[in-house]
Design a protein around this ligand. Structure first.
Ligand code: FES
Length: 389
């Protein structure tokens, strides 16, 4: 075979190659890609149209096991986030050739496939501009900042009254007018964003910050939420309707994508959320307020948020209330509920001020969240966050 490469090889004249017999060549036709160990070196061995290739089994991006990926034509596609490297040269795909993983020499002799023990080219990582979210979080000077996230799935092109969103709007307006805050609303229903694809299930290291999907897919619009949550807001208000006893489907779609925020604590003791306050607005025609609130409190606590006293305002008309046509009118005209969310944002603002003044969370936090043990990466049993698939 004659793999293409611009990289000068470490030639046989300079240093004779040390060849390793890795087995009968015919066995490497199927499967056509596999990860093997040559001593302590992981190698992705492939066979494309009868041509053998052997490249490093460690991806340039975040160390994914290339030999456990798949072949896309002549390219090995990493199983973690789908970067591609030529199966024989190790070069990145067209346009990214400078991003190269080492390749090993191969030969077939006596019906066996032989691989050079050491690679004959070097690894080269082309500089990638860091993603804008990657910067270290730090509060810029300015007034209190309140981010509202509405998780109702009502069609934004055909607006109608959402009880949860209406109460959130009341709270944000109060933050602006009475508290002098900057306040923003994000409507998840107006954003196009992919569901979490469970990279965590491959390896904790495969779930990156910024989110792997955010890095791969410039069209994914959850960036606005990450930016607001991690970099901008002091206070987060999340509003959800109750659907079959749980928060909305969009709420769960969003928080599954936030595993990457919590996972930075698991991987790097890196706490992205510090001195920030979260509070919630929960409305349902029927019931299960406490279970919904419990889930929300638990999740946002794991990210590093703290809560004001009485951290949610909720409304439910009870299990047997089926006259939903009256619910909208009830919420629209109920002063106590609207006053309640005004007071909620005031409590959250006071808590935020106290936190920032005391810098409660600015000190180093050792493995925040519910898993204080240090062995979390020791094995599958210690895995955190998303379920394995
Ligand atoms: S694409 Fe290989 S580790 Fe991310």
């Amino acid at each position: 075979m004659s793999p293409r490469s611009a990289e000068p090889e470490r030639t046989e004249d300079a240093e004779p190659l040390d060849w390793i017999d890795v087995g009968a060549a015919v066995d490497f036709h199927d499967p056509p890609l596999r990860q093997i160990a040559v001593g302590r070196t992981r190698v992705a061995v492939s066979c494309v149209d009868g041509t053998f290739g052997a490249i490093s089994g460690v991806c340039n991006h975040a160390g994914g096991p290339l030999g456990e990926g798949r072949l896309d034509g002549a390219y090995v596609e990493c199983p973690w986030h789908y970067w591609k490297f030529h199966h024989a040269t190790g070069e990145g795909e067209p346009g990214f050739e400078a991003d190269r993983v080492p390749r090993h020499a191969t030969k077939v002799e006596g019906g066996h496939l032989w691989i050079s023990r050491r690679p004959v080219t070097t690894r080269s990582k082309a500089p990638h501009a860091p993603h804008p979210l990657e910067r270290e979080p730090g509060r810029a000077p300015g007034p209190l900042r309140v981010l509202g996230i509405s998780t109702t799935n009502l069609d934004v092109r055909r607006p109608r009254y959402s009880t949860s969103e209406a109460l959130l709007e009341t709270a944000l307006e109060h933050a602006r007018t009475a508290l002098g805050a900057e306040a923003r609303m994000v409507r998840l229903a107006a954003l196009s964003f992919r569901a979490c694809e469970g990279f965590y299930s491959r390896s904790a290291k495969a779930c990156t910050w910024p989110c792997s999907i955010t890095q791969m897919d410039p069209g994914d619009q959850l960036t606005e939420v990450y930016e607001g949550l991690v970099h901008w807001a002091d206070v987060l208000l999340v509003a959800t309707p109750i659907r079959w006893g749980a928060a909305s489907a969009l709420y769960f779609r969003m928080i599954e994508r936030m595993n990457c925020i919590q996972n930075q604590i698991t991987l790097r003791n890196r706490v992205l959320i510090r001195d920030k306050v979260a509070a919630f607005v929960i409305t349902g025609g029927q019931d299960n307020v406490q279970a919904v609130a419990g889930q929300m409190l638990g999740f946002f606590a794991e990210l590093g948020f703290v809560f004001p006293p009485f951290p949610f305002v909720a409304h439910s008309r009870g299990w047997s209330a089926e006259d939903m046509e009256n619910n909208t009118a009830f919420v629209r005209s109920n002063r106590a509920l609207h006053d309640g969310v005004r007071q909620l944002v005031e409590r959250a603002a006071r808590m935020s001020e106290a936190l920032r003044g005391a810098a409660v969370c600015s000190a180093r936090i050792e493995r925040g969240g519910r898993k204080a043990q240090r062995a979390a990466l020791a094995g599958p049993a210690a895995a955190d966050g998303a379920e394995s698939e």
